[in-house]
Design a protein around this ligand. Structure first.
Ligand SMILES: [Zn+2]
Length: 254
């Protein structure tokens, strides 16, 4: 259930080819109308601490984040982590954060056929719509893994789909395969510091993601101190912090 549970090195050759095809074949090429650097903070799954700690820290800076939720996780304990509750969803929307889709049951794309995968995504969207009256517009692939077949099914459903592939999104971006970069305490913050600086130089769109935020984070999360440090790097960079939804609205498809 973790954001990165299956490293590429243990995937089969066929699956690796699928991942590369999904990365190489752009389906939603788009260019941005504005010229300033942007940063988006995103969270996957998501644990309560991502909103209770991370969301509050973002709000303290006047910023908002994007939370890709798998509604099947609501109210559950997953890998010893308390996942979001119904009231968290209400609070998230009231605070102006964005809710995104991460399938309903945290389904990796290799685990079922494309039709069934798309149905699981639809179930997540309709469940959230029924609960909150909220229209989800953006998606992140569980474990960051995408196939070209899944991209083809989803690119007309969502305004954007986010991978876990490192890098900065620069024109022309592929909105059906956004690049994103982890804030994991086990990696430290040096790589993020370099990305934040490069993002400004290239007028790019840097998408960051993490999972839990805790003094003792999981391998896929970070400490409040590390999150604060990254926020300060972004603040000093003068890049604009926007949700995925706001960022996507600034692109025109080509
Ligand atoms: Zn996930």
């Amino acid at each position: 259930m973790q954001p990165v549970s299956l490293p590429r090195k243990i995937l089969g050759l066929q699956q690796k080819m699928h991942l590369l095809l999904a990365e190489w074949v752009s389906l939603d090429r788009a260019r941005r109308q504005s010229t300033s650097a942007m940063v988006s903070f995103t969270f996957d799954d998501f644990p309560r601490s991502a909103l209770g700690i991370g969301g509050r820290m973002l709000s303290d800076h006047g910023w908002r984040g994007t939370y890709y939720c798998a509604s099947g996780m609501m109210g559950k304990i997953v890998d010893s982590e308390a996942m979001f509750t119904r009231s968290d969803l209400d609070n998230l929307v009231a605070a102006g954060h964005e809710l995104g889709c991460h399938t309903r049951d945290h389904v990796p794309c290799f685990s079922r056929d494309g039709k069934s995968f798309a149905e699981n995504c639809a179930a997540n969207r309709s469940g959230i719509k029924k609960m909150l009256g909220y229209d989800i517009r953006n998606f992140s692939f569980p474990n960051g893994q995408a196939t070209l077949g899944v991209k083809r099914r989803l690119h007309s459903v969502y305004d954007s789909c986010r991978s876990n592939n490192w890098g900065i999104n620069t024109d022309p971006v592929d909105l059906s395969y956004l690049r994103a970069n982890p804030i994991y305490s086990r990696y430290g913050t040096e790589a993020v510091r370099k990305l934040v600086a490069e993002n400004v130089q290239r007028n790019g769109w840097l998408v960051l993601y993490t999972h839990d935020i805790s003094p003792n984070p999981s391998p896929y999360g970070c400490t409040p101190d590390d999150f604060e440090q990254v926020m300060h790097l972004v603040l000093e960079s003068s890049a604009e912090v926007v949700t995925i939804r706001d960022a996507v609205s600034r692109f025109a498809r080509i």
